[in-house]
Design a protein around this ligand. Structure first.
Ligand code: PLP
Length: 410
């Protein structure tokens, strides 16, 4: 008799965005004339760049001619893209990453979720709190998170490293060694949901800690393109020793608007070994067994991001979202809110007014100002009392929403 993976039954429902949608719909039904603005979205809204669109057309034409048609490609990605990534994202920053350390994929969500395949189910996992929920849920599915306690919102086998006002929502390495030390540590900078970044010293402390305890850092740099501060590292591999303890995830979703097109990559350095086994070989085995390659035309579009026009056009997309985030951040500050993020990130994280819970603040924004955002508590217990707004809306809506916040009314 077949048995299911019972770990799936332990997962709480995907409460956050369904509850946001439910409350939003109920409000609009009761107030059909309300002009509700959403600053809650984590999806991009601007169209693809002209260079990506031209590459897609070119690829489609090639696929339609017998002489240039392509079937299955290399599972790890075409060399033209892996070389462009190695040259521009790494060599140009003085980082030595070889094309065969780069695995092209269909999303950082897939890869941050699937990376657990190459790790033992008994590994202890540490996550920052608040956190991108994929790291938690995929480890719960694999049985590494233990059991969920709805009263505390925590899994009993996960190690939570809280982001707090005291640490500026940039959690540092915990004081855990020996038996209690984590084996796998998820980090995300620039961070979703808090919009904060780790500086060189902060990242070095994480790398030194991982090397000391023999843990692997799973470094999610999906928002790397939003880093504006020249002192903030773009890659974990800017830190000496990281190529012996870290895997890095990147995505074309938030820089080039590929959320609907799907392309990303994961770097697994050849020097990274666990128990003498190369994680590059393991991931290569996993990726080529369970994945059959990102579509050729999508990889052409991703490669176009590295052309001179592509880089300019992509920078304009990121710049537009960053400007929105800056408008939100300044508007909130002027209205007296305490805020984080919005400088090297499209996300702005704020402390709710008058000590309101995250959900009470959601209801206040929706009903009083007709603005939808995302309650911080949905990203983990340490997010309670905080709230996320994003720069991914249109400029017009961003300005209108900020005006409402400043005035405290619609
Ligand atoms: N990592 C983080 C931190 C994210 O916020 C997101 C998307 O919101 C992703 C990964 C997913 O990226 P992709 O579209 O490449 O799957």
């Amino acid at each position: 008799m077949a048995r299911i993976n019972e770990n799936y039954l332990k997962l709480p429902g995907s409460y956050l965005f369904s509850e946001v949608g439910k409350r939003r719909r109920a409000y609009i039904e009761a107030h059909p004339d309300a002009e509700v603005i959403s600053l809650g979205i984590g999806d991009v809204t601007l169209p693809l760049t002209p260079s990506a669109v031209a590459a897609l057309h070119r690829g489609a034409d090639e696929m339609g001619r017998a002489e240039t048609f392509r079937g299955y490609g290399p599972e790890q990605g075409y060399m033209f893209l892996r070389e462009a990534v190695a040259g521009t994202d790494f060599a140009a920053r003085g980082i030595g990453v070889e094309p065969d350390e780069i695995f092209i994929s269909d999303g950082a969500k897939s890869d941050t979720g699937n990376i657990g395949d190459i790790f033992d189910a008994a590994n202890k996992v540490a996550v920052c709190d608040p956190v991108y929920p994929v790291y938690v849920d995929t480890n719960a599915m694999a049985g590494r998170a233990g059991n969920y306690d709805s009263a505390t919102g925590r899994w009993d086998r996960l190690i939570y490293i809280p982001g707090t006002e005291a640490n500026g929502f940039v959690p540092g390495a915990p004081d855990l060694y020996g038996e209690s030390a984590p084996d796998m540590i998820y980090l995300c900078f620039p961070n979703n949901p808090t919009g904060t970044v780790a500086d060189r010293a902060g990242l070095k402390a994480w790398v030194d800690y991982a090397l000391r305890i023999g843990a692997v850092l799973l470094f999610d740099a999906a928002y790397e393109a939003y880093i504006t501060d020249p002192d903030i590292p773009h890659s974990i591999y800017e830190i000496p020793g990281a190529d012996e303890c870290a895997i890095e995830f990147r995505s074309f979703s938030k820089n080039a608007g590929f959320t609907g097109l799907r392309c990303s990559y994961t770097v697994v350095p050849k020097k990274l070994k666990v128990g003498g086994v190369s994680l590059n070989s393991l991931w290569n085995r996993r990726h080529s067994t369970k994945f059959n390659g990102t579509p050729y035309i999508v990889q052409l579009a991703a490669a176009s991001v590295y052309s001179p026009e592509g880089r300019e056009q992509t920078a304009a997309l990121v710049g537009a979202y960053l400007e929105n985030a800056g408008i939100i951040r300044r508007g909130l500050e002027e209205a007296g809110y305490k805020v984080w993020g919005g400088i090297n990130s499209p996300y702005v994280w704020l402390k709710t007014a008058d000590g309101m819970s995250s959900w009470d603040f959601f209801d206040y924004l929706l009903t009083e100002l007709n603005i939808v955002g995302t309650p911080g508590s949905g990203f983990g217990p340490a997010g309670e009392g905080y709230f996320r707004l994003t720069g991914f809306g249109s400029r017009e809506n961003t300005l209108r929403a900020v005006e409402r916040i400043r005035n405290g009314r619609i």
